[in-house]
Design a binder for this molecule. Structure first.
Ligand code: ARG
Length: 464
């Protein structure tokens, strides 16, 4: 007969092997061992403070849990599938180590509030780790931007040439996205660090527990308001999955640009060898596989979010075993977003930009057409009319296969007598960038402001 379960009192027969295989979670929730042990130690100490256990019993329990953690971390701990999950594996080993007092640990507690606590702590810890990775990646975007302030490239809308921008402006856009990701993670972490311990199975407990002191000991921000809510919602994990989805979406957008820019038709970037792969049949190939996979894995993280949303949508109060399915999507997203942030930082740091190719690309696509229209407005022509005249100039240039700035001054003058030879200063791409110093623009004064603000944020976050 199979080993007796911790909950086996009312059972006469063992669990079918297929059921054990189907229902176990220890193969993945062992990842939560640190949070589980910290939660149990705080619970034991609180039980002693409240007179439910003696101080000596609490000491035995916390020391025993330290020993269990040491076994896990040195790799000698024997995880047992028949013990179902991380909680019962640890409690069972604790009782082997410290004897009968181990059986008192679960007083006033249920696995339902226990797992909710562990998972809240785990999600909050991982959100904090993603935050640090995102800050580091943002810092690489900022460094790269600073290095390439003088490079100008075609800014696009609809992936069509629109207006010239500084490469710094382009790269800083991603740093600002990551800053918002970090803000979102903080907010999510704040709500995750609310302790559900004391909710017990679903209705609260009759023991004189002190949940607030447990929460404080675990560095949490407060305790649950409603026991049924506390054991059964997973909105904190959903928020974290949403945050990771948005991070991946941001990374994926830049990946898409790397992929486009590495195509020789653009030639804006050269892939570092360490972050590219070759083809087994086409010797000339250097493929942006890392960027492609990051784009692909973004879909996978969205899937993790949708998985948990779908698990949750039909659950009546309070705990349901379906909730056990919350961990694998989260662990998958955690792995993916952590690796992706780290790889993005490395790949971006090693990325080489081709200033010449970017400069050459400026002369195709009439990126200075807005400048001509603004020039006409400055000469007293209403904007709609200026837009129309500029359109005719573009048509003329297109017909002759020339950029606007190569049209003879007399032809421009013929289109509109207000156009004088000083128009060519305005048509200069660098000058077009330099003029855009309104807050948030691509001009150098605006860039100074952006660098100052984003560097101040990084310093604040890293304590540097
Ligand atoms: N492994 C379970 C989970 O992840 C722990 C809670 C089990 N609770 C229960 N009532 N069966 O949800």
């Amino acid at each position: 007969m199979a080993e007796k379960k911790l909950w086996g009192g009312r059972f006469h027969e063992g669990t079918a092997a297929s059921v054990e295989a189907y229902t176990e979670s220890v193969s993945y929730d062992s990842a939560l061992y640190r949070q589980d042990i910290a939660g149990s130690q705080a619970h034991a100490r609180m039980l002693a403070r409240q007179g439910v256990l003696t101080p000596a019993e609490a000491d035995q329990l916390t020391a025993g849990l330290d020993a269990v953690r040491a076994e896990i971390e040195s790799g000698v701990f024997q995880w047992k599938r028949e013990l179902e999950d991380v909680h019962m594996n640890i409690e069972s080993r604790l009782t082997e180590l410290v004897g009968d007092v181990g059986k008192k640990l679960h007083t006033g507690r249920s696995r339902n509030d226990q797992v909710a606590l562990d998972f809240r702590l785990f999600v909050a810890d991982r959100a904090a780790a993603w935050r640090n990775l995102a800050i580091r990646t943002a810092a690489v975007f900022v460094d790269k931007a600073e290095e390439h302030r003088e490079i100008i490239l075609p800014g696009c809308t609809h992936l069509q040439p629109a207006q010239p921008v500084s490469l710094a402006q382009h790269l800083l856009a991603y740093a600002w996205m990551l800053k918002r990701d970090v803000d979102r993670l903080k907010d999510c972490e704040r709500r995750a660090r609310i302790s559900p311990l004391g909710a017990a199975a679903l209705a609260g407990t009759t023991y004189p527990l002190d949940p607030a002191s447990v929460a404080a000991e675990l560095g949490m921000n407060g305790v649950f308001d409603n026991s049924m809510d506390a054991v059964s919602d997973r909105d904190f994990a959903l928020e974290a999955l949403f945050c990771s989805s948005v991070i991946m979406m941001h990374l994926s957008r830049f990946c898409e640009e790397i992929i486009l820019w590495a195509n020789p038709a653009y030639g804006f970037v050269r892939l570092p060898d360490a972050y590219a792969t070759g083809s087994s049949i086409m010797p000339q190939k250097k493929n942006p596989d890392v960027a492609e996979l990051m784009r692909g894995k973004t879909g996978r993280v969205y899937g993790d979010l949708v998985t948990l949303l779908t698990i949750m949508k039909g659950l009546p109060l309070a705990y349901n075993r379906d909730l056990q399915e919350d961990k694998e999507p989260f662990l998958d997203a955690d792995r993916t977003v952590s690796l992706s942030l780290e790889l993005m930082a490395g790949m971006l740091a090693a990325l080489r930009f081709d200033a010449d190719r970017m400069a050459r690309a400026l002369s195709a696509g009439f990126l200075n057409a807005t400048e001509l229209a603004d020039y006409l407005v400055s000469r007293g022509i209403p904007f709609r009319e200026a837009h129309h005249i500029t359109g005719r100039a573009v048509a003329l240039a297109e017909e002759r296969n020339l950029p606007l700035e190569a049209l003879p001054p007399e032809d421009l003058h013929a289109l509109c007598e207000r156009i004088e030879p000083d128009v060519f200063d305005v048509l200069d791409y660098r000058a077009a960038v330099a003029r855009r110093n309104a807050p948030g623009g691509t001009g150098p004064i605006s860039l100074d402001r952006q660098f100052k603000n984003i560097r101040a944020w990084i310093a604040e976050e890293t304590g540097a």
